[in-house]
Design a binder for this molecule. Structure first.
Ligand code: PAF
Length: 282
């Protein structure tokens, strides 16, 4: 496996290869990322490079978010990537990816990107789309794998790729979970031992929302309010605990509930200083 820090090195390494499979990351990797790498390898088979990028993208962090303390663990990440079958790691520094201030930005459709995460993290999806567009230009993959844990991010990227007719297939990777059900996330590393024990409550709350719908409960507002209250009573600060249509992340109508329109339960909540997100298709 080779670790490349410049765009010139990356382009040279990919010059005579078939178009690679690509997994973009911000590093501080866990088993969830590694399963995306293995999925990428399976998608393209032997002889086609699998590329991962490691870049903590300032553009997607708000002024009071964790950009400065986001863990930079390149050496360990590279060992893990090599073990998972990655061929090339693209790990540019900020000056390499943004040699001049990135004044051209990709602004996603507000109807999808200003809800939920976009509402609580203004500008987040502009930052994500801008860097993903740029990374896709750098790597020029035939296929790129994004985790379902970032459900709305995956949807936004799919729409960006479709609307710009970008020649890349976007594939979703399943959320990897710890034994107790907590969705793996780089930010889990911020949790104290007590918080880590409590953290599973987020996925349990999503399961309760899913169970309510599956049991035929139709009052979505009441289901959401119950989930918010349950988390708040346990000292979480939930941003949202909500049931949405999978197709557009809008609230389901009565007709949707009767017709069994596919839904997803989505959650974002702070436990101490750490903000966690998770989701569960219903
Ligand atoms: O999901 C992430 O880790 C990031 O949002 C991504 C896609 C690597 C862009 O910085």
């Amino acid at each position: 496996m080779r670790v490349l820090h410049t765009l010139a090195e990356l382009r040279a390494a990919l010059a005579d290869t078939p178009r690679p499979a690509f997994v973009p990351t911000m590093g501080n990797l866990h088993d969830g990322h590694l399963s995306l790498i293995r999925q990428a390898r399976t998608l393209v088979g032997p002889g086609v490079p699998v590329v991962a990028s490691i870049f903590v993208n300032r553009l997607q962090f708000g002024p009071n978010e964790d950009f400065d303390r986001y863990p930079r663990t390149l050496a360990r990440d590279c060992e893990l990537l090599e073990g998972a079958g990655c061929d090339l790691v693209f790990a540019p520094d900020e000056h390499e990816l943004y040699p001049a201030p990135q004044t051209f930005k990709v602004v996603p459709d507000a109807a999808l990107a200003d809800l939920l995460e976009g509402h609580f993290r203004p500008g987040f999806f502009t930052g994500v789309c801008t860097v993903v567009m740029k990374l896709l230009q750098c790597v020029q993959p035939s296929v790129a794998v994004f985790g379902r844990k970032d459900y709305q991010q995956l949807m936004v990227i799919r729409r960006m790729v479709a609307q710009f007719a970008m020649p890349v297939r976007i594939v979703a990777g399943d959320t990897a979970r710890a034994d107790d059900g907590l969705a793996l996330s780089s930010r889990n590393g911020y949790l104290s031992a007590a918080e880590r024990a409590e953290a599973v409550q987020l996925s349990l709350a999503l399961q309760a929302m899913q169970a309510a719908i599956r049991a035929g409960e139709r009052d979505v507002t009441a289901i959401e309010a119950r989930a918010m209250a349950t988390m708040a009573a346990r000292d979480w600060k939930p941003d949202y605990m909500t049931l949405r249509r999978r197709a557009d992340l809008l609230a389901p109508t009565e007709a949707d509930l009767v017709a069994g329109t596919p839904l997803v339960a989505l959650a974002a909540a702070k436990l101490g200083a750490t903000r966690l997100i998770d989701n569960l298709e219903v």
